[in-house]
Design a protein. Sequence first.
Length: 368
Amino acid sequence: MLLTVLVLLPAAGLFLRVLQENSKQRDNVQLEQDGVEYLTALGPLISALAESQSSALQGVAAEPASVTAAVARVQGVDERFGEQLGTKTRWADLKDKIAKLPKVTGSDDKVYTAHVEVADLTIELFDVVRESSTLNRDPDSDIWFLQEVVAQEMPVAVTAVSRMSDLANRAAATTGKVRAGLIVQFGYQALKVQEVVGDLTNGLQEAVDNTNSDTLSGNLVSNLDSFRRGIEAANRGANLGGSPNVSTLVTAQSTLQTALSALSGVILKEVSSLLDDRSSSLTYKRIEAFLLFGIAIVLIAVAALWTRGRARQAQTGFTEQPGEASRDLSVQVGNGNPYGGSNSYDSVPGYGEVPNYGGGRERSGALR
């Protein structure tokens, strides 16, 4: 019993450590999946805010329907995951500012600044979600690059292209120092677009090179091509070094928003699929650990019973049987008669045969 306990305790300790690590990894995967769902809702919001900015600068005070739908969707995921992701307070503040955007009146600078503030807060919310969900610390290279693209570079690309188009529109309607200042801002956003697009493309390439997914490369190709065409159109409209082409920029903005929305959907779907595969693998390992621990217990019990049985058999083998000592003693400690009689004359050897035991004297002549 003591041997059984000494073997079972380390096995149980090892099993518990494996189970705790497995549970920790499963909880982390679930947290990342919650983050992916939150990011899926934030993607349409950043595009809707870009549309709202353009509409407001054109004098449309009403909130676009796309903003209303996007806010409702983010509100839904925040109610489910906001507590564990730590987004409730930040989202409540952002939601309040979005609701106030249609009430912002005055100069274009005031309207533009209000929308820029809201868009920047939305980009910060992207960062909070990917950090709180630990997506930005994922151990797999493909997931890490994909989350970097979809949660950091794509929102910046959407807002930068939108600001390029709106700044070009405003510059076309002004002159003098105001126009010069707007052109400077436009140039800054154009350079940011080029930088972000380069990082985005490199990140997607790294993800494809380091993934085990059979579908990632194929799903990215068509959407990435549409995105690149939109970027090329935006670069033509930007016309760095010359006057921006407003109509080309507006078309490029629309194309890019559609392409980025589709690309974002593909990336998030792939990330979710990769996390599902990891979750399934961890579940299999959990079941495997339980089975191995159960088998170990059975084997230890069988070994203990077998060892105990062998010990009993060995103990029984050392115990003397009844009468065994007297029989041994009669043979070894006799009175000199090897024939087992009560005295030396109970059994007489054949005539003429006189055994001599231990050098004793021969029988008397009368007996002969």
